[in-house]
Design a binder for this molecule. Structure first.
Ligand SMILES: Cc1cc2nc3c(=O)[nH]c(=O)nc-3n(C[C@H](O)[C@H](O)[C@H](O)COP(=O)(O)OP(=O)(O)OC[C@H]3O[C@@H](n4cnc5c(N)ncnc54)[C@H](O)[C@@H]3O)c2cc1C
Length: 328
């Protein structure tokens, strides 16, 4: 019997994360290409309820309710439960490359004695099995890698796949926890929730991004206004975050979040490679910069040379005018 392709899901606030639905979409396609059944696994508090959502993306979802994971960092327990469900023929095992997902992948590698291919943006299937595609050096080079021997664990970068539900909902299989509790555990001491009312950066269709050029925290007021008018949210470069102008949760790039909005609007952002890796897959990239030769000029779809405050205010006036005129 050929084994299954396994998608390990992640829960946040009782729901599968967006990354989980992206990984499930990729997993479904790869399983089809490999001719293997795909199964998703969710471990955590209220996993059964969350499985309903994930079953929209996969033909089968195993839900393991572990209520005590509310207060515990999930990775050790999730990996332990997944290890009890995976049989030797199963693989590859896809996990989202979130902070917790990376921990799960590491623990699973040890528990299942499997290799890990990290940070894939795609998985191709050829006669020799699955091949991961991973950009490195900010996308300057692409690395293709294959497992030697049985397929192992693949971590998938956020925002590299468009989540798309399956034509028909899959079935949900509830399971009691099987792993021994009392193993190594990490207790969460504090949970900081991002300011309410903000659209999560990774989910916003429009991201208005401020860099060092914004000049200070007060400069971000203009960006907030633009984001509200465009139905989006505000992001930032590391320079703006390091200066303390905006919280780290808004940072985009290598050491921040990866976004894939329909529109990226960068104001006073140079577009350094470490920033580019977090936004280069945006559908349309627009930038305003007074330097005609900043790196962003090389990969923006529209590059406006000018003062960000002048252009930003003109844009606010235009958008307000359209709204008041009923132009939407
Ligand atoms: C290991 C490592 C990890 C990193 N991770 C990240 C990361 O995750 N995210 C990230 O963003 N960076 C990251 N960086 C930092 C990165 O290298 C850049 O330093 C940073 O992205 C620059 O931010 P910036 O574009 O805001 O600033 P600058 O590069 O200083 O650019 C500011 C731009 O604003 C323009 N400007 C100034 N005033 C105006 C004005 N009034 N109107 C219009 N334009 C104006 C300037 O012409 C300039 O192009 C990392 C660096 C390292 C070494």
């Amino acid at each position: 019997m050929s084994g299954r392709l396994v998608v390990v899901g992640e829960l946040a606030d009782g729901r599968p994360t967006r990354l989980t639905t992206e990984v499930a979409t990729l997993g479904r396609r790869v399983a089809e290409d490999l001719g293997r059944p795909a199964v998703g696994i969710l471990v955590g508090p209220d996993a059964a309820a969350a499985a309903e959502t994930l079953a929209g993306f996969l033909p089968e979802v195993v839900a393991v309710d572990v209520p005590e994971l509310v207060d515990l960092a999930p990775a050790p327990r999730v990996a332990a439960e997944v290890a009890t469900l995976v049989v030797p023929e199963d693989g590859p095992i896809l996990v989202g490359a979130s902070p917790d997902g990376r921990d799960v992948a590491g623990a699973l590698a040890v528990l299942l004695d499997r290799a890990v291919l990290a940070n894939a943006v795609d998985v191709e299937v050829g006669p020799e099995g699955p091949t991961t595609v991973t950009p490195i050096f900010g996308g300057k080079s692409i690395v293709r890698s294959r497992f030697v021997g049985r397929p192992g664990i693949i971590t998938v970068r956020p925002s590299s796949v468009d989540a798309a539900p399956a034509p028909a909902a899959g079935r949900i299989v509830g399971r009691a926890p099987a792993a021994a509790s009392g193993g190594p555990t990490v207790r969460r001491l504090e949970r900081v929730v991002e300011a309410s009312g903000e659209i999560p950066l990774e989910e916003a269709p429009v991201v208005v991004v401020g860099g060092r050029g914004v000049g200070g925290p007060e400069g971000f007021a203009l960006l907030q206004e633009l984001a509200a008018l465009l139905g989006g949210t505000v992001g930032a470069t590391r320079a703006a975050v390091d200066a303390g102008w905006i919280p780290y949760a808004r940072q985009i790039g290598q050491t921040g979040k990866v976004v894939r909005p329909r529109l990226y609007l960068g104001l006073g952002v140079s577009g350094a490679i470490q920033h580019k890796v977090g936004m280069q897959t945006a559908e349309t990239i627009v930038a305003v910069n007074r330097d005609p030769d900043a790196p962003l000029s090389e990969y923006a779809d529209l590059y406006v040379v000018g003062d960000l405050f002048e252009v930003g205010r003109a844009l606010v006036a235009e958008l307000r005018g359209r709204r008041e005129g009923g132009g939407g």
